[in-house]
Design a protein around this ligand. Structure first.
Ligand SMILES: *Cc1c(COP(=O)(O)O)cnc(C)c1O
Length: 349
């Protein structure tokens, strides 16, 4: 069984310096200075004791930010761990789990790990989720990334509500890894829909991919189920430094606003520059753009960018193998990328 697993393959973390790294959707800005202060202070207090197994302060900080109660929040070692526990708790059903044919590829890895059946629902021709296609399909649950990855496209909350109403007996999991870059969070709906679980991460919009913190928000019943799974697996998924740093990230709202606005601004500038070069750029509500060039092969462009020291992500997958996923960097990194693509697409044309 283990030999048959096909694990998720994360984007490359190169060991050489000076690469422009636009391949794994990390934030180009460092975490708030207050995060570093908090982590340092927590370390100085000593690490000989176990951390708070309930991450109480952190769950309170997250709850306060979203106007919900701490017992509607579950935290984990990155949202990948939260997602894994949610798949284990909610989707081992007789009916298959519904998900888009193009989405975060880790979902299918969890399904393989836990023996969950999958039914893929194709995105429409514009690579958008069409929620009407999910209704009337026998399902053990629904999972969506909103905005979707790697397309970057956003669904309105009205569409999420339609999904929740068409699957009232199933858990609908909405993975909002990128929601802070331009979308409205479905966390505002959890009091009305006990079947809704919203998952977010501090890795992208809060510049903390290295700290490993993610969370889920949902009804007390769903959160309690996640707690049971977690406490049957690892009592201390979040270490003392991660809890302290994550709390500080929520306290520095000004820094959060400033950096996410900067990323969104750079995204619009980059999208325009690439469109002027002839790229087709999907509308993005994330910290990346998903682009293709009608005359240039995407894999070849990715390889040539790499030769000039710029990493972007290419997926050898059906429907999207002519696209590049480019993370939003600093303005300087975005300029370097745009110039490199201009050289490649105009010279070799
Ligand atoms: C990055 C990402 C995650 C994982 O985030 P971590 O909290 O770093 O584990 C989950 N879902 C999607 C769609 C992502 O892009």
């Amino acid at each position: 069984m283990i030999a048959g697993l096909t694990p998720y393959v994360p984007g490359e973390q190169p060991r050489v310096a000076n690469l422009v790294k636009l391949n794994t959707n990390e934030n180009p800005y460092p975490a708030s200075p207050r995060v570093l202060q908090a982590v340092t202070a927590a370390a100085q207090q000593g690490l000989q004791l176990y951390p708070d197994p309930e991450s109480t302060q952190l769950r309170q900080a997250i709850a306060q930010h979203h106007g919900i109660d701490a017992d509607q929040v579950f935290v984990g070692n990155g949202s990948d761990e939260v997602l894994a526990h949610a798949f284990f708790a909610f989707f081992q059903q007789d009916q298959p789990l519904l998900m888009p044919d193009v989405t975060y590829s880790f979902y299918q890895v969890y399904c393989q790990l836990y023996g969950i059946g999958v039914q893929l629902i194709p995105l429409d021709d514009a690579l958008q989720v069409c929620v009407a296609d999910y209704s009337g399909v026998a399902a053990g649950g629904v999972v969506l990334a909103n905005p979707n990855a790697p397309t970057g496209r956003l669904l309105a909350l009205a569409d999420i509500e339609q999904l929740l109403q068409s699957h009232p007996q199933q858990v609908v999991l909405v993975d909002e890894a990128y929601i802070d870059f331009g979308g409205a969070s479905a966390i505002s709906l959890i009091d009305r829909y006990p079947n809704l679980l919203v998952v977010q991460t501090l890795s992208k919009s809060r510049s903390l991919a290295g700290l490993r913190v993610g969370f889920a928000a949902g009804s007390r019943q769903l959160i309690e189920a996640l707690e049971r799974v977690k406490n049957s697996f690892n009592s201390y998924p979040l270490d003392k430094l991660a809890q302290a740093g994550a709390v500080a990230a929520y306290e520095d709202t000004a820094y959060f606003e400033q950096t996410r606005q900067a990323v969104m601004q750079s995204r619009e500038t980059l999208a325009l520059a690439l469109e002027l070069q002839g790229f087709k750029v999907l509308p993005s509500a994330t910290n990346f753009v998903f682009v293709r060039h009608p005359q240039h092969d995407a894999l070849m462009l990715a390889q040539r960018l790499r030769d000039s020291g710029i990493l972007v992500r290419h997926f050898k997958l059906p429907r999207i193998d002519q696209y590049l996923r480019i993370s939003i960097g600093t303005p300087e990194q975005c300029d370097a990328l745009a110039q490199a693509l201009w050289r490649l697409t105009s010279a070799a044309a």
